[in-house]
Design a protein around this ligand. Structure first.
Ligand SMILES: Nc1nc2c(c(=O)[nH]1)N[C@H]1C(S)=C(S)[C@@H](COP(=O)(O)OP(=O)(O)OC[C@H]3O[C@@H](n4cnc5c(=O)[nH]c(N)nc54)[C@H](O)[C@@H]3O)O[C@H]1N2
Ligand SMILES: Nc1nc2c(c(=O)[nH]1)N[C@H]1C(S)=C(S)[C@@H](COP(=O)(O)OP(=O)(O)OC[C@H]3O[C@@H](n4cnc5c(=O)[nH]c(N)nc54)[C@H](O)[C@@H]3O)O[C@H]1N2
Ligand SMILES: [Mo]
Length: 768
């Protein structure tokens, strides 16, 4: 058993000099000019652009450099002076480019002109914009709308997203999957059921009022580093932070603030986690249940001894349903089971419970470590159960905090990108635009690929993203993707999904949000929603990468017009020329959220979307906040009990990537260098399998559907991770993740627990 409730020293604090050095390195690598690098000063500022990396909140009073290492890398990646011109595509066939590494494809620079695949030469060839729009419109009109999928990756603005969903619905389908289908959909489903809104309820001010924070399965130092500012301030006030994570993540252990030179020169950087519990992968329901069990036991004892109650009796009585059933389940659960599934000793869980019982206002931050499991939705419900016990929602300093991924992934949902008709304001759209929107449920991401494997999907429109890399089961998906009739890609850079072309494939290069967007009515701004449900305006500051690239609204409007003609009551040209007109329409559709949108978008710190749950109003089925009795402690129906050597593989991000965009091959925080083909493993598991550091192995998925999923060439690296759990990188490991291995209620792929076995051990015959 690992020592689990102390925090050992770690040589690589996150932030700090290493981080500044990484920023200057990437600026040099991308040949970003001094003039353009000045853009960094405008990042996440009220008069500048909103970062294209993560969706963490943007404060009203930003720091001088309100960006982090990851954000600076993302900016440099877009501002690169490298270009992928039509001449580049004349020199390289698609077949040749398919052999390039993901990193090299994007590293070759920004796309500069619209391109169409030419089967005769196997090359992408430049076309005129209008020609592209016309052909795409013609093709779409020949396809059955239900056989076309409109994916959105999460970066596109509120304006673009609103236009996109309207276009898809006027065209005739609710097939509007997005990246959150692989990400926080477990949150959208779980929180909606439990508290009536599918998003977190905390804001930045809550950090000043909280007196305890938890982290479950979120890697702040790598994936939302600007949040470290709030964590550090809270730690200075003495707020404890309790982390549950199988890996000892350096970014959750300590933080050196690069904006504080004094701190960087002294070893006295801030300790982040005051308790660090290395639970087993998939052990969160068990661990949270253990905390709840300890709280309920303490409350039972208080009743017996006639002392003040431990649970918030008034909150539970007035605001919740299902408490008794849940409490009984927790009372009856055995510590032996909880210890076994969580991999944590009872004392460790009780130590966390003791802090919880002392605190008056508690926030729970969480990420992919909770959502990307077969029981991902249940994990989210367990977070709510724990919060409800002491009324930790709808009061200052308390609440659930799902830390979102893409910079506008939450906002896309807010303005109608969803495959679920009940979540879109269809009646409103019908009257606003005098048309009959489709009412049939659309396909989410997993369903879109299930349908594609059956040959039912003929066209895919990708508003960003790199689906052949980011979705599960790459080896099954790529051949199906090749069978598409139409593949339209709006993108800033070339990626593999563009190269695995269909019969007719387009690459339509778009502006990055960092760039100045000039339209007929002048320079345009756009807007997005951050992880705390605040809306922000953003305007570009850098010159566009090419004169021949277009904004996302321009491209969506152009294709919508070419497809729909004058059949509908939308002046797409007017929307294209002036985005404030689009914002007026958004305000009409959603007056409570977006009234006076054009003025309010420049509110410092953003304007907040009203969330009934934060006022203790519950838009749930029962009208109350709902406790849930978990259906299983941690049981993963795909994890074979019968195979004792089975390992659970979690797939992770490094600090040198943004999803499928690979900036570099190092993972500085985890001490991995020069290759992403690495498996992190407990030294005892290595010994038991006869492996030494650096040995090359293959992994094979344990599944009995007759499809052999394996990836070879991983180097073994000893790591501080519980036995039976291993870690590798996403997207390299995606061929191992079966498409059907997902959370039942949300269909989020179980990317954090793939059952695998080791194959191709050194010295052994390759196994069958
Ligand atoms: N630099 C950078 N920033 C990013 C991204 C990026 O790729 N690079 N991606 C963006 C996107 S789209 C998203 S969704 C977010 C993702 O950000 P996160 O939610 O932090 O996602 P991951 O990096 O996938 O890993 C999450 C953490 O979960 C832990 N974990 C794995 N399994 C379990 C488990 O069973 N239980 C618990 N408690 N923990 C577990 C892992 O050790 C890891 O520390 O980041 C966003 N920000
Ligand atoms: N095994 C495993 N699989 C996972 C995950 C995991 O943890 N493990 N995480 C999942 C998660 S959380 C997510 S969010 C998905 C992400 O999946 P995707 O949305 O498919 O992937 P991204 O890598 O975010 O998309 C990158 C591409 O977007 C384009 N792009 C970049 N900026 C812009 C822009 O401003 N506009 C447009 N139009 N295009 C742009 C570029 O061409 C770039 O190549 O992957 C999921 N897949
Ligand atoms: Mo994500």
């Amino acid at each position: 058993m690992k020592e689990s409730d102390t925090t050992r020293d770690y040589p690589y604090a996150s932030g700090g000099w290493g981080s500044l050095k990484a920023v200057t390195t990437i600026l040099a690598q991308e040949h970003v000019s001094v003039k353009d690098s000045a853009a960094l000063r405008k990042q996440n500022k009220p008069d500048g652009f909103m970062c294209v990396s993560c969706s963490w909140a943007k404060p009203a009073d930003p720091h001088v450099f309100e960006f982090c290492e990851s954000g600076a890398k993302a900016t440099a990646w877009d501002l690169t002076s490298k270009r992928m011109t039509p001449e580049f595509f004349q020199l390289h066939t698609v077949t040749e480019l398919l052999s390039w590494h993901d990193h090299d494809l994007e590293e070759a620079g920004r796309l500069t002109a619209p391109l169409r695949y030419d089967p005769a030469t196997d090359k992408y060839v430049q076309v005129e914009w209008q020609q592209a729009f016309d052909e795409i419109g013609r093709e779409l009109n020949q396809l059955d709308p239900d056989s076309v999928v409109f994916y959105a990756s999460g970066r596109a603005s509120l304006e673009t997203s609103y236009m996109y969903q309207l276009f898809a619905r006027m065209y005739g389908t609710n097939n509007l999957p997005d990246s959150s289908n692989m990400c926080h959909e477990s949150t959208s489903v779980g929180l909606k059921e439990a508290i009536g809104v599918g998003v977190g309820t905390i804001t930045l001010e809550d950090f000043e009022k909280t007196d305890l924070m938890f982290f479950f399965g979120q890697n702040v130092g790598t994936n939302s580093p600007r949040m470290l500012h709030q964590l550090q301030d809270a730690r200075k006030r003495g707020v404890p932070i309790i982390t549950f994570n199988p890996l000892r993540e350096p970014g959750l252990v300590r933080f050196a603030n690069p904006q504080s030179p004094v701190q960087m020169l002294t070893p006295d950087n801030t300790q982040i986690s005051t308790q660090y519990h290395q639970l087993k992968t998939g052990g969160d329901t068990a661990a949270i249940l253990g905390i709840c069990k300890a709280v309920i036991a303490a409350d039972d004892l208080a009743i017996e001894q006639a002392r003040p109650r431990v649970i918030d009796v008034d909150f539970i009585r007035e605001h919740t349903t299902g408490y008794e059933a849940f409490a009984n389940y927790a009372r009856e659960a055995s510590w032996a089971d909880i210890e076994k599934v969580s991999g944590l000793p009872r004392e460790a869980i009780e130590a966390a419970a003791n802090e919880y019982m002392k605190a008056n206002a508690v926030m729970i931050h969480y990420g992919m470590g909770l959502t990307q499991h077969r029981l991902g939705v249940q994990n989210v419900r367990m977070v709510c159960n724990l919060l409800f016990l002491r009324g930790n929602i709808g009061k200052p300093g308390a609440g659930p905090s799902p830390v979102r991924g893409h910079s506008n992934v939450q906002g896309q949902r807010t303005v109608g990108i969803t495959e679920k008709p009940e979540l879109a304001p269809l009646d409103k759209l019908a009257s606003q635009f005098s048309f009959e929107p489709p009412r049939k449920k659309g396909l989410n991401t997993v369903e879109a690929f299930e349908a594609m494997l059956k040959g039912e999907v003929k066209g895919v429109f990708n508003l960003g993203g790199n689906l052949v890399r980011s979705v599960p089961d790459r080896l099954r998906i790529e051949p199906a993707w090749r069978g598409l009739r139409l593949n339209v890609n709006v993108a800033t850079k070339l990626n593999r999904s563009h190269l695995v072309h269909g019969e007719i494939s387009y690459i339509l290069p778009c502006l990055s949000r960092i760039e100045i967007d000039r339209q007929a009515s002048g320079e345009q701004a756009v807007s997005m929603e951050d992880s705390t449900a605040c809306m922000h305006g953003s305007h570009g500051v850098a010159e566009p990468a090419s004169e021949n690239i277009r904004s996302e609204p321009y491209i969506v409007a152009g294709i919508a017009k070419a497809t729909l003609g004058t059949r509908f009551n939308v002046d797409w040209d007017a929307w294209r020329d002036d985005y404030s007109v689009v914002r007026d329409e958004i305000a009409k559709t959603y007056p409570e959220i977006f009234h006076d949108f054009n003025q309010r978008m420049w509110t410092p710190g953003g304007f907040h979307k009203p969330l009934p749950a934060s006022q203790r109003q519950w838009k749930t089925k029962s009208g109350k906040a709902e406790f849930l009795v978990p259906k299983a402690l941690g049981e993963d129906p795909d994890m074979p009990e019968r195979e004792p050597d089975a390992l659970r593989l979690m797939t992770l991000r490094s600090d040198s990537q943004f999803n499928t965009t690979i900036y570099g091959l190092d993972d500085r925080f985890r001490g991995v260098q020069g290759s992403r083909m690495v498996v992190l493993m407990n030294p005892d598991d290595m010994a038991a399998s006869g492996l030494s550091e650096g040995d090359k192995i293959g992994l094979q998925t344990i599944a009995d559907d007759g499809f052999d999923r394996r990836v070879s060439g991983f180097a073994v690296k000893a790591y501080d991770i519980p036995r039976g759990c291993i870690a590798g990188y996403y997207p390299e490991c995606n061929p191992l993740l079966p498409l059907w291995h997902y959370a039942e209620e949300s269909k989020v792929p179980g990317a954090k627990s793939i059952p695998v076995r080791i194959v191709d051990k050194p010295g052994a015959q390759a196994s069958a």
